[in-house]
Design a protein around this ligand. Structure first.
Ligand SMILES: Cc1cc2nc3c(=O)[nH]c(=O)nc-3n(C[C@H](O)[C@H](O)[C@H](O)COP(=O)(O)OP(=O)(O)OC[C@H]3O[C@@H](n4cnc5c(N)ncnc54)[C@H](O)[C@@H]3O)c2cc1C
Length: 286
């Protein structure tokens, strides 16, 4: 496993954070709000800005990450026993705010994927399901707003934005749709399990919620059947389960003939595979 390249290491750094609020967003999602003096220096690029979250194992009071190793932290972290080193998972910064008292807070929305219920959930979902104010985490995030963890980059001249996301990519899709300028058309298919997972979004884009628990078609079926608004230069952003993302991309580029450079696609998780294994096997859909 290679160490973090120097360019990445300067654009990103560690920020200490602790939980200051937890709010359910529906049966499948929980919003965890983090605070802490270091968060004022997070330079979020907004949109689908992702970060690495380091979380403690049950019984640990804080995540174990050898930050003192500087740019070599990755190698030092990997060298620790798995049961000791912090759990590392990728999440989206849904929002960053300055509070009236001048302190900064950030929201991260966690899909629970069965934590506390049907089983199968991983350590990050379990951590989020049990999070309470005071819990500590470490965020490896952007020190500069123009950073490569922001993937939503419509080419100049784009006149239509098309979005598909499942519940893990809903935080990113929500931020993207809310940022669309008034002159930019947008259509989105957002896939959630329960009706109550739908969220109000402050966007003029045309949003179709696919509530799969109520028998709605999955993303690929819905998008295959859809007619896109006429556009000279459409741009597509799709993220969610890696197999579904691949299938959608194949449809959009292969069958609809969209320019592959105008399709940004990211596998956010893979069915039956933890993020550690995905990373080790390079099994994302990107
Ligand atoms: C750029 C990026 C941004 C992301 N942003 C977010 C975000 O804002 N919010 C968010 O919730 N997730 C987000 N994810 C996805 C998240 O990183 C994964 O879902 C991650 O696997 C969760 O870690 P875990 O420890 O809970 O499960 P893991 O230990 O990684 O996996 C355990 C098991 O759970 C399964 N699993 C993982 N996710 C799901 C799911 N959604 N539904 C059903 N089963 C699942 C896996 O297939 C595996 O079998 C993002 C991923 C990327 C790459």
């Amino acid at each position: 496993m290679s160490p973090v390249p120097a360019a990445v290491a300067t654009a990103f750094r560690f920020f200490r954070a602790s939980v200051i609020g937890v709010a359910p967003l529906g049966p499948s999602l929980v919003r965890v709000t983090f605070g802490g003096p270091e968060l004022a220096e997070v330079a979020s690029g907004g949109l689908d800005q992702s970060v690495s979250l380091f979380l403690p194992h049950p019984g640990q009071s804080e995540p174990v990450v050898p930050v003192e190793a500087g740019h070599d932290w990755w190698r030092a972290w990997r060298a620790l026993p798995e049961a000791e080193r912090a759990v590392m998972r990728t999440y989206t910064l849904r929002a960053q705010r300055v509070r009236p008292d001048g302190t900064t807070e950030v929201d991260v929305d966690f899909a629970l994927h069965g934590a506390g219920g049907s089983g199968g959930a991983g350590p990050a979902a379990r951590w989020a399901a049990g999070a309470v104010p005071g819990d500590r985490a470490l965020l490896y995030g952007p020190a500069v707003a123009d950073n490569r963890a922001v993937k939503f980059r419509p080419p100049h001249g784009t006149d239509l934005v098309v979005v598909w996301a499942d519940e893990t990519a809903l935080p990113a899709a929500g931020a993207i749709l809310e940022s669309l300028p008034s002159g930019m058309r947008g259509v989105a298919w957002l896939e959630v399990r329960h009706e109550d997972d739908r969220q109000p979004l402050a966007t003029h884009a045309e949003v179709t919620w696919l509530v799969t628990g109520r028998g709605a078609p999955s993303g690929p079926a819905a998008i295959r059947a859809a007619e896109f608004p006429a556009a000279r230069a459409p741009y597509v952003w799709i993220a969610g389960e890696a197999g579904t993302v691949k299938e959608l991309r194949r449809h959009l580029v292969g069958e609809r003939g969209l320019d592959r450079r105008a399709v940004t696609f990211t596998g956010y998780w893979r069915r039956g595979m933890s993020e550690d294994r995905m990373r080790a096997e390079g099994a994302g859909a990107e």
